[in-house]
Ligand binder design. Structure first.
Ligand SMILES: Nc1ncnc2c1ncn2[C@@H]1O[C@H](COP(=O)(O)OP(=O)(O)OP(=O)(O)O)[C@@H](O)[C@H]1O
Length: 275
């Protein structure tokens, strides 16, 4: 079950008056956000609302137009070891010269130079991670020959292997079957609770992680709302964000959103709002 997000702890990531635009289009502006150790933050919003761009800002790959972003009180920079990252799914080329266990192993010791992959501890760590994501049976298979979902489970294992302070996940459940969606989201939640890792989880679908989420950041139409799921996932809040009637139905612990406008229409609205 979600906790209080460690409200007393110092934030590990902070955004202050953060704004990002491309051309005349504002993705989000004046975003103030503190993410604390052990907090599970879900980032929701329609296509193109700036969810991946937010992760890229945190990874130091995308500069803000204005405002400030810090990790542990310091300016963000590329390659910070505070962050683990499960990227949005892209397939490995068929000829990629890596076995499944090598990919996970890169998370265990990929930051070291020189000889890798030795030692019983290394092997035990990799084997345990492979088992946790249900990948033991294809541990020695070349990654390029695996299905999209099998590859995605390895990416999750690799990111967890780094034991990061902040785990950034870009739609990590995409192309997983229900069983593996549950297994991978549980694993990410365990990392959050047991290692006090802050999780930023970009998703289109909140239900698979609804029991784990402390707060939601909802991006839409150049605006955002942040708060507890029960405060953000409401008909009033989403109707205001989308500038159109949206109904949120809570049913058996699940959330169903009805009447979402076409995201493209939405973009035009955001553009029109710019000077
Ligand atoms: N470097 C860039 N230059 C210009 N436009 C960009 C750049 N990066 C992103 N964009 C645009 O910003 C918008 C937001 O992109 P982003 O990938 O952050 O959206 P998203 O919310 O993650 O979308 P999706 O749900 O489709 O993955 C998109 O319209 C994209 O084309």
């Amino acid at each position: 079950m979600a906790n209080d997000g460690g409200a007393a702890a110092r934030p590990v990531v902070s955004l202050r008056s953060a704004s990002l635009s491309f051309g005349r289009r504002t993705l989000w502006h004046d975003l103030d956000l503190d993410i604390r150790p052990g907090e599970f933050l879900a980032v929701l919003g329609p296509n193109g609302s700036g969810k991946t761009s937010l992760l890229r800002v945190l990874l130091g790959l995308q500069e803000l137009d204005s405002g400030r972003a810090t990790v542990n009180g310091h300016a963000l920079h590329r390659g910070s070891r505070a962050f683990g990252y499960i990227p949005q799914q892209k397939s490995f080329a068929a000829e990629t010269p890596l076995r499944a266990r090598d990919l996970v192993g890169l998370g265990v010791d990929g930051h070291r130079w020189g000889f890798r992959g030795g030692g019983a501890t290394y092997r035990r760590t990799v084997d345990a991670l492979l088992e946790k994501v249900g990948a033991s049976s294809y541990a020695d298979a070349p990654v390029g020959r695996l299905s999209g979902g099998e590859q995605q489970r390895l990416r999750a294992a690799q990111a967890l292997a780094t034991d990061p302070q902040v785990l950034l996940c870009d739609e990590p459940l995409l192309s997983l079957d229900l069983h593996h969606q549950q297994a991978v989201s549980r694993l990410i939640n365990d990392q959050c609770r047991d290692h006090n890792t802050a999780v930023v989880f970009v998703t289109h679908e909140i239900n698979p992680i609804i029991d784990y989420v402390d707060r939601v950041l909802y991006l839409a139409g150049g605006q955002f709302r942040v708060g507890r799921p029960q405060d953000v996932m409401t008909s009033d809040v989403l109707s205001e964000l989308y500038n159109s009637r949206v109904d949120v139905i809570h049913n058996n612990g699940r959330i169903v959103v009805v009447g979402l406008p076409d995201a493209t229409t939405h973009h035009h609205h955001a553009e029109a709002a710019q000077p």
